[in-house]
Design a protein around this ligand. Structure first.
Ligand code: C5P
Length: 220
């Protein structure tokens, strides 16, 4: 059989939203569907990789022997699972929409409504991608950036601050890009600040474009 471009490579992908518990029945979350991360996982598996896909709550399923799906709920759980597997990885892509904040206290019982306002105090979640950047050895590490202003500058800043090899920028200003939809429009930026902008495409097509960019750099 012909050698595939990701044969023998271990790939870690984070996907989906995280849910941060407020009490036993409520959470803070976001509208990420997980589609982009799941497409990146499928694409990597088809290119020969062994994939560990760490996903927050989504309705998506995996039917591929080469993808090990680890389902998590909160940012802290995603952090723990990512760190447990990172060391043996060759490529890691953080595509999850991780909650930046979580309730400081999780109520043990369902919070009862009462007169007046309710205040929920929030504390910062750990930045998974940043922590993987700090621990980086052989891994080719890729992040995502969803920006609404000064997109290129903010994405480049993240690339450097988080010690990444590349960052995928999707702009909310582009129709059809971003959360929930079936299409995306990206700009791929590597650590040498080589920049490549792609047309609006379906998420499976975007996933294969991203892999083509990564593969050309890990084989260079
Ligand atoms: O800093 P910002 O949240 O915009 O960075 C987005 C990138 O960082 C994405 O790749 C996202 O998956 C990752 N991230 C993370 N853990 C967080 C916040 C963001 O891995 N707590």
């Amino acid at each position: 059989a012909k050698e595939l471009p990701l044969s023998g490579k271990n790939v870690l992908i984070t996907a989906g939203p995280t849910h941060e518990a407020i009490d036993p029945v409520r959470f803070l979350g976001n509208r990420s569907s997980g589609t982009m991360g799941f497409e990146l996982a499928k694409s990597a598996a088809n290119l020969g990789a062994k994939v560990t896909l760490i996903s927050g709550p989504t309705n998506l399923k995996v039917e591929n022997d080469r993808i090990k799906l680890i389902r998590v709920t909160s940012a802290q759980e995603m952090y723990d699972a990512s760190h447990e597997h990172y060391k043996t990885m060759d490529v890691a892509i953080c595509a999850a929409a991780v909650a930046d904040y979580r309730p400081k206290q999780v109520a043990a019982e369902k919070i009862k409504k009462k007169e007046g306002d309710l205040k929920i105090e929030l504390e910062r979640n750990p930045d998974i991608l940043f922590s993987l950047g700090e621990l980086k050895q052989k891994q080719f590490l890729v992040g995502f950036a969803l920006e609404t202003e000064n997109e290129l500058e903010n994405a480049k800043g993240k690339l450097q601050r988080k010690n990444l090899d590349a960052i995928v920028l999707n702009s909310l200003k582009d129709d059809g890009a971003g959360f929930g939809g079936t299409t995306n429009k990206i700009t791929f930026i590597d650590k040498n600040l080589d920049i490549k902008t792609f047309a609006l495409k379906t998420k499976p097509e975007v996933a294969s474009d991203i892999w083509e960019e990564i593969i050309s750099r890990i084989h260079a």
